[in-house]
Design a protein around this ligand. Structure first.
Ligand code: TXA
Ligand code: MG
Length: 350
C-alpha cells in the first residue's frame, strides 16, 4: 500500500520529513514535490532502489535520471569536475530549476545515469524536497513521478493516478510552482549546450555564461528517431491519449486553422479539445472543448497549467486535440518544447 502524507510546502513538519527520510535510507521509493514537477526519489547510492524507479515508471533503462542534492558536499560525492563556470551557475541558480551535467564519480551506481560517464544534478528549491534530501543525508535520484510517456505530475493527485500502490509514500505538498521541469544544461562542452528548455529561461542563463548552444532535442522540431545527442529525449513524452496537433504561426492564422480543422472533425462526430489562451478562447465555437492555459502576457501561468491541462484532455475523453503554438521565448520555450513532444511532432505551420 502507498501511504499519502500531506505536508505544508512552506513549512514542512520536521518529524514527517524525518520519517520519510528513513524510508529513503532503507531503500524505499518516495514521490515528493519540487518547484517544477513531482519527483520519484530513491537513494542514489542504492542501486536496487534506483532500478526499482525504472521498473515502476516503465522507464527505458537508457534514459538517465537527475540526482538532487541539498548541499555542495553531496555534489562532490557524486562528481569530480566542478569547474568555475559550474560554480558561477550554481551561485546564481541553486537552489532552483537548473540541472547541470557533470562527470560522474565511479562510486555512483552507473544505472543512475544509464551507464554514461556523466551525471545530471540539481538542487531543488522546494522546502519539502530540500529538507528531505538534507535529512536523508544522501543525494536523491529522481525522475518525474509519472508513468513513462505521460505528462509530468504537477500535483499529488497526478502521482496517485499513475503510481498508487507501486511506491512507498507520496508526499502531498500541493500544486508545484513552475509546472514544467528544470532546464538541463550540458557544461561539458564550450560553449555550454541547452539539452532541455525548462523553468529557468535560456536568456537568464546566457546573462551569466554568455552564448549557449541549443541542441536539436531542445528545439524538438523533429521526430525522436532523428535526434541522438540527448539521451532519454528520444522517447515519446508528455503524451495525452488522443492524437494531438500543434498549430504554429501568427496567432490569427493559428486560430483560423484550428477552427477549420476542428470543425471538420466535429462534423465527423469527433469530440475535439483545444488548448487555447485567454486572448483566443472566445473565438472558438461552443462545440469545441476549450481549455485555457492562461494569458499570453502571463507566461508562467501557462507553464503552471500545461501538464494538468493535458491530463484534463484525457479525463474529457476527447478524440483529437489541437494546441496553439507559442513564441519560443522565456519559459514559453519550455512549454513549446513539451507541446511539440506531446503532439508527437505533428506540427502544422500556417
Ligand atoms: O525538474 C526536473 O528536472 C524534474 C524534477 C523531479 O526534478 N525531473 C525530471 O526528470 O524532469 P526526468 O527523468 O523526467 O528527466 C531527466 C532528463 C532525462 O530525460 C535525460 O534526458 C536528462 O535528464 N539527463 C539525465 N542525465 C543525463 C546525462 N548524464 N546527460 C544528458 N542528459 C541527461
Ligand atoms: Mg520525465
Amino acid at each position: 500500500m502507498t501511504e499519502i502524507i500531506k505536508v505544508d510546502p512552506l513549512n514542512p513538519d520536521p518529524s514527517i520529513i524525518k520519517y520519510v527520510a528513513e524510508i529513503i535510507v532503507k531503500g524505499g521509493l518516495v514521490a515528493f514535490p519540487t518547484e517544477t514537477v513531482y519527483g520519484l526519489g530513491a537513494d542514489t547510492f542504492n542501486s536496487s532502489a534506483v532500478k526499482k524507479i525504472f521498473e515502476v515508471k516503465g522507464r527505458p533503462i537508457d534514459n538517465p535520471l537527475i540526482v538532487h542534492v541539498s548541499n555542495l558536499e553531496q555534489l562532490e560525492r557524486i562528481t569530480y569536475d566542478i569547474s568555475d563556470k559550474a560554480l558561477k551557475l550554481i551561485d546564481c541558480f541553486w537552489p532552483g530549476p537548473l540541472t547541470l551535467i557533470f562527470k560522474r564519480k565511479s562510486g555512483v551506481p552507473p544505472e543512475v545515469s544509464a551507464y554514461l560517464p556523466t551525471i545530471a544534478v540539481r538542487m531543488p528549491a522546494n522546502p519539502i524536497a530540500l529538507s528531505l534530501i538534507n535529512e536523508s543525508k544522501t543525494p536523491i535520484a529522481a525522475p518525474s513521478a509519472n508513468i513513462s510517456s505521460k505528462p509530468s505530475p504537477t500535483s499529488a493527485e497526478h502521482v496517485i493516478k499513475d503510481l498508487y500502490d507501486k511506491i512507498d509514500i507520496i508526499i502531498d505538498g500541493g500544486e508545484t510552482l513552475y509546472g514544467v521541469e528544470s532546464t538541463i544544461l550540458n557544461i561539458q562542452s564550450d560553449p555550454p549546450k541547452l539539452l532541455r528548455p525548462g523553468a529557468i529561461p535560456l536568456e537568464e542563463i546566457e546573462k551569466v555564461v554568455g552564448c549557449v548552444d541549443v541542441s536539436e532535442a531542445a528545439l524538438a522540431e523533429k521526430p525522436y528517431q532523428l535526434i541522438a545527442e540527448a539521451p532519454g529525449m528520444k522517447y515519446r513524452h508528455y503524451a495525452p491519449m488522443a492524437p494531438m496537433f500543434l498549430v504554429e504561426g501568427e496567432i490569427d492564422r493559428v486560430v483560423a486553422k484550428i477552427i477549420e480543422l476542428a470543425q471538420e472533425d466535429v462534423l465527423k462526430g469527433l469530440k475535439v479539445g483545444v488548448l487555447a489562451t485567454s486572448e483566443t478562447c472566445k473565438l472558438y465555437p461552443e462545440s469545441f472543448n476549450v481549455i485555457v492555459l492562461g494569458s499570453r502576457s502571463e507566461p508562467y501561468t501557462i507553464a503552471h497549467n500545461l501538464f494538468k491541462s493535458l491530463r484534463l484532455m484525457d479525463d474529457l475523453n476527447v478524440n483529437k486535440i489541437y494546441a496553439e503554438g507559442l513564441p519560443m521565448k522565456g519559459i514559453l520555450f519550455a512549454v513549446q518544447n513539451r507541446l511539440r513532444k506531446a503532439s508527437g511532432h505533428n506540427i502544422i505551420r500556417v
